[in-house]
Design a protein around this ligand. Structure first.
Ligand code: CAA
Length: 387
C-alpha cells in the first residue's frame, strides 16, 4: 500500500522490532521503576545503527532516510518510550543539527561518536523562565577580548539525557538586545570546568530517560565550537525541533500501538456477563476509534517524513507537517492509553501490566519539543501567514 516503504526500510523496522522485543521489553518495567538510565541497551542500539539512522555512513550513521527513522522509532517505543526518548534526542536533536549546521571538523569530532552510540548527545534550549517563549532566554555567552573563547554563564532546564550526555548543543544569548536574532548555538563538552549538572528531575513518565538542569559558571567555549554563525541560533533551534517533532510523533505512535494491541488481546480473552468483553458494543466502539486514530497518526507521520525528505532536497521547510504529526499523534497516544486502561479495568491501573506505564509515558509527548498549544500555533501561522 505504501510503496515508498522499501525492502531496506522493512529490514530496519524488523531489526528494531526484534531488538525491542528481545532486549528492551523485558527490562522496561524494571527501569521505569528504578529510574536508572539504560546505558547498556543504548550502546547496543548504537551498534545496530539506531543512534544515527539518517547520518551518512562516513559520519558513523546508518545512512538511511526519515522513513527508516520513524519506522525504527515506532518499534523501539512500542517496547519502551524511555529508550525512544534517548534515541530521538541523539538522532534528531543532536545529530540532525550537527549534520545540517556543523563544520567538517565538528562533524568528525562530535557527530561520529554520538551517531555510533558511543557517546550520548543532548540539546538545551529551555530555561527556568523561558519554555514555549524560547526567544527570551537569560543565559549569556560573551566573546573574550582575544576572540578565542566565549564565556558562558546561566542555567538551562529540562535537558533530556543531560545527566549522561558527553556533548550538548546549547542555545544561549550572544546579543540579548537583538532578542531571537541574538541567540547563538554552541557545542558543549560536559567534562570541562565551569559545567555542572543539577539534580535529576523526578518525572511522571519516561522515567528511565534522565533529565536535569545544567549550570554554566564561566564555562569557556572555544570559538570553533560555535555551531553556525553568531545570531543564527534561534533558526538552528527551530529547524532542529522540526525534525525532532517527527521523532516525538513516532514515539507517541509506538506507545499508542502498544496500548491498542494489548486492548485487542484483552477484549478477546476477558469475559464478563458470560461473554468476551470484545462482544460488547461499548468495547467495540472504543477499539474502532482507537484504531482509526492510530492509523490517522501514522499517515500524518508518513506525510511529515516525506515532507522532510523533500525539503532536504529542495531546501524548503516542513514545520507545519511536523507539527501536525506531533499534535495528532501525541493527543492520540494520551487518548488511546486512557481508553486502554478503561478496557483493562483494574488490571489497567495495576503495575502488573504495562498499560499504566504507557499512559504515564504518553503525557510527555503533548509537552516536550513544543506543547500541543505551540503545535497549533505553528500550524495556524503556516495556514494564514499571520503572527
Ligand atoms: N525553521 C526555521 N526558522 C524558523 C522556524 C522554523 N521551524 N520557526 C521560526 N523560524 C524563524 C522565523 O522565520 C523568524 O525568522 P526572521 O526573524 O528572520 O523572520 C524567527 O525564527 C523568529 O520566529 P517567530 O517570530 O515565529 O518566533 P516566536 O518567538 O514567535 O516563536 C514559536 C515561535 C513557534 C512559538 C517557537 O518559539 C517555539 O517553537 N516554541 C516552543 C519551543 C519548544 O519546542 N521548546 C521545547 C524545547 S526542547 C525540549 O523539549 C527538551 C528536550 O530535551 C527534548
Amino acid at each position: 500500500m505504501f510503496d515508498f516503504i522499501t525492502e531496506e526500510h522493512k529490514m530496519i523496522q524488523q531489526a528494531a522490532r526484534d531488538f525491542a522485543r528481545a532486549a528492551i521489553a523485558p527490562i522496561a518495567a524494571e527501569y521505569d521503576e528504578s529510574g536508572d538510565f539504560p546505558l547498556r541497551t543504548i550502546r547496543e542500539m548504537g551498534q545496530l545503527g539506531f543512534m544515527g539512522i539518517e547520518v551518512p555512513e562516513e559520519y558513523g550513521g546508518a545512512g538511511m532516510d526519515t522513513v527508516a527513522y520513524v519506522l525504527a522509532m515506532v518499534e523501539i517505543c512500542k517496547a519502551d518510550a524511555s529508550h525512544g526518548t534517548i534515541m530521538s534526542v541523539n538522532n534528531s536533536l543532536f545529530a540532525h543539527g550537527l549534520m545540517k549546521f556543523g563544520t567538517e571538523e565538528q562533524k568528525q569530532k562530535y557527530l561520529v561518536p554520538v551517531a555510533t552510540g558511543q557517546k550520548i548527545g543532548a540539546y538545551s534550549l529551555t530555561e527556568p523562565m523561558s519554555g514555549s517563549d524560547a526567544g527570551t532566554m537569560k543565559s549569556r555567552a560573551v566573546l573574550n577580548e582575544a576572540g578565542t573563547h566565549y564565556v558562558i554563564n546561566g542555567r538551562k532546564s529540562w535537558v533530556t539525557s543531560a545527566p549522561y550526555a558527553d556533548t550538548i548543543v546549547l542555545f544561549t544569548m550572544t546579543q540579548p538586545e537583538k532578542t531571537h536574532k541574538g541567540v547563538s548555538a554552541f557545542i558543549i563538552e560536559t567534562d570541562k570546568p565551569g559545567f555542572t549538572r543539577g539534580k535529576k528531575e523526578p518525572k511522571l513518565g519516561i522515567r528511565a530517560s534522565a533529565t536535569s538542569e545544567i549550570i554554566f559558571d564561566n564555562y569557556e567555549c572555544p570559538v570553533e565550537n560555535r555551531l553556525g554563525a553568531e545570531g543564527e541560533g534561534f533558526k538552528i533551534a527551530m529547524t532542529v525541533l522540526d525534525a525532532g517533532r517527527i521523532g516525538i510523533a513516532s514515539q507517541a505512535l509506538g506507545i499508542a500501538e502498544a496500548a491498542l494491541e494489548a486492548s485487542i488481546a484483552y477484549a478477546k480473552e476477558r469475559e464478563a456477563f458470560g461473554q468476551k468483553i470484545g462482544e460488547f458494543q461499548m468495547i467495540q466502539q472504543k477499539l474502532a476509534d482507537m484504531k482509526c486514530r492510530v492509523d490517522a497518526s501514522r499517515l500524518l507521520i508518513y506525510q511529515a517524513a516525506l515532507a522532510k525528505m523533500a525539503a532536504t532536497r529542495t531546501g524548503g521547510r516542513y514545520s507545519m507537517e511536523a507539527s501536525m504529526a506531533k499534535l495528532f499523534a501525541s493527543e492520540t497516544a494520551m487518548w488511546v492509553t486512557t481508553q486502554a486502561i478503561q478496557i483493562h479495568g483494574g488490571m489497567g491501573y495495576s503495575k502488573e501490566m504495562p498499560l499504566e506505564r504507557y499512559f504515564r509515558d504518553a503525557k510527555i509527548t503533548e509537552i516536550y519539543e513544543g506543547t500541543s498549544e505551540i503545535q497549533r500555533m505553528v500550524i495556524a501561522r503556516s495556514l494564514t501567514g499571520l503572527r
